[in-house]
Write a protein that binds this ligand. Sequence first.
Ligand code: FDA
Length: 305
Amino acid sequence: MLRSTLLYLSNQQKVFRFIRRNRLAKRFADRFVAGETVDTALDAVAALNAQRIRASLDILGESVHNEAEARGAGRQYVHLLDRIAERGLDTNVSLKLTAMGLDISEDLCVEVVHQVLARARDHGSFVRLDMESSDYTERTLRMFYERFYPVYGNHVGIVLQSYLFRTEQDVARANQERCRVRLCKGAYKEPPTVAFPDKKDVDAAYVREMHALMRDGNYPGLATHDEAIINEAKRFAKESGIDASRFEFQMLYGVRRDLQEQIVREGWNMRVYVPFGTQWYPYLMRRLAERPANLAFMTGNIIRE
Ligand code: FDA
């Protein structure tokens, strides 16, 4: 119930306008979002790199509604890739196809994403296409396999969500095509016709798909804060003789920093997803929905002010 309410609120721009004026809510956002500018984000990445943690930078922004906004979002990513190269930071980027105009037209979106991918390839970098709600899964994968992967190969990768029934097959295809996958549980509110309603089924699917990606995949990103699953990945790697260099763990900025540091100390690869920008509200609401205890953290901080 609380999760549904928070996910509903994540789409309410009016609520965002109200919250953005609130200095304390913004301070809470600072824990999960690396500021509103490229410079604050690059500084956050530099701090992570100093701890031997890699990053993936995400310019916050959900669906755009006109062509100019989509082209503008594409240019921001091109500029970001240039700035990353200038500072020599160990970070790639993640983007959402709806922020590149997918809701306006597929052709526009493809054109904008091509510009970003071409620049990423010039810099020897990598672009992860974040996965959005199940309304977009088929289109995202089709565009990836038909338009992006054949041209940019390992400079572009996808995200698969273990809560979807279809994902086991999507993992098998990705392994067959040797493309790079980030595996996560999935953050959107999905109907029981397409996704497991029960968390234990999502977790079990995650483990099966993680094994398949670790065994047969191309440098998968295991995106989770679930300690039991992370321990299972380590156990499976050791048992199957899978070298630590063949995959990476991924977590979100500001979440389980203790575990991030521990993973690095143990000699595993660790990447942190670092979102930044002015449009932090829907992202933050999804993080609250994942862990409503963060609400207590937020109110606690506000009360202490
Ligand atoms: P789970 O929800 O079972 O949580 C495991 C443990 O971690 C619990 O103890 C929990 O309290 C803690 N935890 C989880 N989230 C937390 C939070 N926000 N704050 C504090 N503690 C938290 N989703 C998607 O649909 N499309 C995408 O492209 C991506 N991309 C992505 C990239 C990366 C690097 C990560 C880590 C995650 C995503 N996600 C995503 C989000 C993902 O689908 C999922 O919603 C969250 O990672 C939470 O699920 P966990 O696997 O952590 O497990």
